[in-house]
Write a protein that binds this ligand. Structure first.
Ligand code: EPU
Length: 302
């Protein structure tokens, strides 16, 4: 979608919004799949409610994109614009065991910034690609650590009220790859409390996680991490692997030959290729195991 109205363009400029007309979302996602649209980047959280009101009043649909590492986006010209937050610098500030981090901050860099201040706990998250906001929304987890455990407060754009709000305590819940945020809420900033640990100990933990990840995941290929959630008590990767599907391809989309729950863009994959592969693998797992796999990756295909 292209914004062409001079009035809207002037209003965007007044709000300090950076506009990237006709940007390719394939360039903004780790899967390297996605069509084109206007991307609007917002530097100040307080401007977001006015921006969304403006888009709404003009009948312009929007989607919010974080780091782009867990999303599968349709091809072609997209019927909505994309919003992204620009990260203020510094995007992490630390006081004692309290960490304030901007949603646009890179998750891995946040883990190492905290480590340098002798704050640990998040070692397992080191290789999870993406932004802190995306990690909050999905309750990202790896190697026994989930981010939700450390979250005390989150500032969000609350879509239902059209305002920025701070959520705490019982207003927040984090479960396996699921949180209490509404789909249209936008993460802005979080307050984390982390356990104090010596830097050397944290770095040793980070090294172990990096090695495990390198040994089992296709880090050099374009993917969105795991495609399916693990079913309760089971492993999607093990089931898919057990069906001999590593290397199975539909067009440019392929089940990784390293980790069967990673589907990679092996070259020129379209959204249709990836959706076809997801559907086929789901059907085969259902037939063999009677288990309905649910996507972990977020689909922007409608
Ligand atoms: N396995 C296979 N074949 C495969 C892949 C895995 O047999 O092709 C077996 C492994 O040998 C192991 C079991 O399945 O016995 C589980 O595999 P793994 O330890 O790789 O963990 P996972 O459950 O497949 C989860 C997360 C990953 C996270 C890792 C490490 C989900 C859906 N995935 O994978 O997160 O990095 O644990 O903690 O929860 C993601 O969310 O995108 C993601 C990559």
């Amino acid at each position: 979608m292209r914004i062409e109205s001079p009035l809207v363009l002037a209003a965007l400029a007044d709000l300090g919004v950076e506009r990237h007309p006709g940007a390719s979302l394939a360039d903004l996602t780790s899967l390297g799949i996605g069509g084109t649209t206007d991307v609007l980047r917002v530097g100040q959280h307080r401007r977001l409610p006015a921006l969304i009101r403006l888009l709404h009043s003009e009948g312009i649909e929007h989607r919010f994109l974080g780091g782009g590492t867990n999303v599968l986006i349709a091809d072609g010209e997209l019927p909505w614009v994309v919003l992204q937050l620009l990260s203020p610098q510094p995007d992490v500030s630390i006081e004692g065991a309290t960490v304030w981090v901007d949603a646009a901050a890179d998750l891995g860099r946040t883990v190492t910034t905290c480590a340098k201040q002798n704050l640990g706990g998040m070692e397992g998250l080191i290789g999870v690609p993406g932004s802190v906001g995306g990690a909050l929304r999905m309750n990202a987890g790896a190697y026994g650590t989930e981010i939700g455990k450390f979250v005390r407060e989150v500032e969000v754009y609350r879509a239902a009220r059209g305002e920025n709000e701070t959520l705490r305590g019982g207003e927040l819940s984090f479960d396996y790859r699921h949180t209490s945020f509404a789909t249209a809420d936008i993460m802005l900033r979080a307050r984390l409390e982390l356990p104090a640990r010596p830097y050397q100990e944290i770095i040793a933990g980070i090294r172990v996680c990096n090695e495990k990840r390198r040994a089992s995941q296709p880090l050099n290929q374009k993917s969105a991490g795991c495609i399916f959630k693990n079913p309760p008590g089971g492993s999607a990767g093990r089931m898919i692997d057990g069906l001999g599907l590593k290397g199975f391809r539909m067009g440019g989309a392929m089940v990784s030959d390293r980790h069967a729950n990673f589907f990679v863009n092996a070259g020129g994959a379209t959204c249709g290729d990836m959706l076809g592969l997801i559907a086929e693998v789901r059907t085969r797992v259902r037939a063999a195991h009677g288990c309905e796999l649910e996507e972990e990756v977020i689909l922007w295909n409608a």
